[in-house]
Design a protein around this ligand. Structure first.
Ligand SMILES: [Zn+2]
Length: 421
């Protein structure tokens, strides 16, 4: 027996031993049985915990909407919103600055009033399910950094939106949608460079065979990236993630330390190939356009409903018209109702892209079992086996079952070559 043959024999035996029964290579490979075997390998109590975590998230969509509406009601029904506008108008004669100054107050007040649900959702609940690695102090510090970034970006963005409203009249939703799409593109282009480093460190991945394989996959598919970076996200969370972020000069391939330390070579290759898929399939650009359009329809909904809502409930709110900053809580309340109703559309836009990247990743990495086991790991915080409509409505990524079944189907179709290795 020569050494190469021995190595293949040993690794094949190892794969057979490590795979759940039924998922192993067999003469008659049954992708459905293999999928069931993978799903059955998760202990019932783990499954119950991740189901509870994920299903709780469905309710949080509703609670966030209702909570946000209550905050808007407090601002509008009390004199608070009007006083914030009057304060802004006293400070500056220029409409742009008045709106920006109102927006800063609005963002601060909603941050403070929204803090209880933010703490529950982002801190308490994440700890309950063992997903957060942060103590309260550092977590709160990051909330403040996020607030600071939000004040700058949103303060400016909102002032621009209101300027568009004043200049373009009844068709403001059209121009507002277009301008927001451009803003979104800039945000996505620059956030890896300016925002992400505020929360995490990016260090070049240690040289070695795994890094060489990742760069080789990128090179083979024409992705212009010379390096791979590791993000220290274990500071915040136990979740795994990776990214091919940015555009043009800001392009960066990264994976987080949870994936690097907890993943096998096959799993990491499977994930990185998926991320390369997002980049190569043009998902960054198509996502910006699709979300921009969704936002434009949202603005159209606001344009249609703003005066109706004001006439129905807001006789005493003192809002002059839609361009009056004092009406901002109403504008965002209506937008949040729209995004609540558009949840399945928003999730489906992203999920369809994810499915494409999944298939791309399987074809490039050729690691169906690595992708299946990573789907099980992601199943720690994403319900593994939802109903058909449940997945369409609530999932922005395919469920574990969908991904494993996709991987096993791929494996079944590619099995003759795989076993001939
Ligand atoms: Zn993805």
């Amino acid at each position: 027996m020569n050494r190469a043959f021995l190595a293949i024999f040993v690794s094949a035996t190892l794969i057979l031993l490590l795979l759940p029964e039924g998922a192993a290579l067999a003469a008659a490979f049954d992708p459905e049985a293999a999928t069931e075997a993978y799903l059955a390998s998760v202990p019932a109590e783990d499954r119950a915990a991740s189901d509870a975590y994920f299903e709780g998230g469905y309710w949080l969509i509703l609670w966030n909407l209702l909570y946000g509406l209550a905050v808007a009601w407090i601002l509008l029904a009390s004199p608070l919103s009007r006083r914030m506008r009057d304060f802004a108008e006293k400070r500056s004669k220029r409409k742009f600055l008045q709106t920006a100054l109102y927006a800063l107050q609005y963002l601060l007040v909603t941050f403070v009033l929204g803090f209880p649900i933010t703490v529950y959702q982002g801190f308490i609940r994440e700890h309950q399910y063992d997903l957060s690695n942060m103590a309260f102090g550092p977590w709160f510090g990051e909330q403040l950094i996020g607030l600071g970034v939000g004040l700058v970006i949103m303060g400016f963005g909102i002032a621009v939106l209101y300027m568009v409203m004043r200049k373009s009249g009844a068709r403001w939703w059209l121009w507002g949608g277009a301008v927001s799409t451009v803003g979104l593109a800039f945000l996505i282009m620059f956030s890896p460079v300016f925002i992400a480093p505020l929360f995490n460190d990016y260090t070049p991945m240690e040289e070695g065979p795994l890094k060489a394989e990742i760069i080789s996959m990128a090179r083979a598919n024409g992705v212009p990236a010379g390096n791979v970076y590791v993000v220290d996200q274990s500071r915040q969370t136990s979740r795994i993630s990776a990214n091919v972020q940015g555009m043009f000069g800001t392009l960066r391939i990264s994976l987080n330390d949870n994936l690097l330390e907890g993943g096998t070579t096959a799993e990491i290759k499977a994930v990185m190939a998926h991320e390369l898929g997002h980049y190569l399939l043009g998902h960054i650009a198509s996502m910006i356009i699709q979300i921009g359009l969704l936002l434009m329809v949202g603005f159209a909904f606001v344009a249609w409903s703003f005066d109706r809502a004001r006439a129905r409930w807001g006789a005493n709110w003192g809002i002059r018209d839609i361009t009056d900053p004092a009406g901002m809580p109403l504008l965002f309340a209506l937008l949040s109702v729209y995004f609540f109703l558009a949840t399945p559309v928003f999730n489906s836009i992203i999920r369809v892209n994810e499915v494409q990247a999944d298939i791309f990743g399987l074809n490039v990495a050729r690691e169906p079992d690595g992708f299946a086991t990573i789907a099980l790991k992601l199943g720690k915080y994403r319900k593994l086996d939802p109903g058909h409509w449940e997945e369409i409505i609530f999932y922005d990524h395919p469920s574990g079952r969908s991904r494993i079944s996709m991987s096993m189907r791929w494996k079944a179709e590619n099995l003759p070559e795989e076993s001939a290795d």
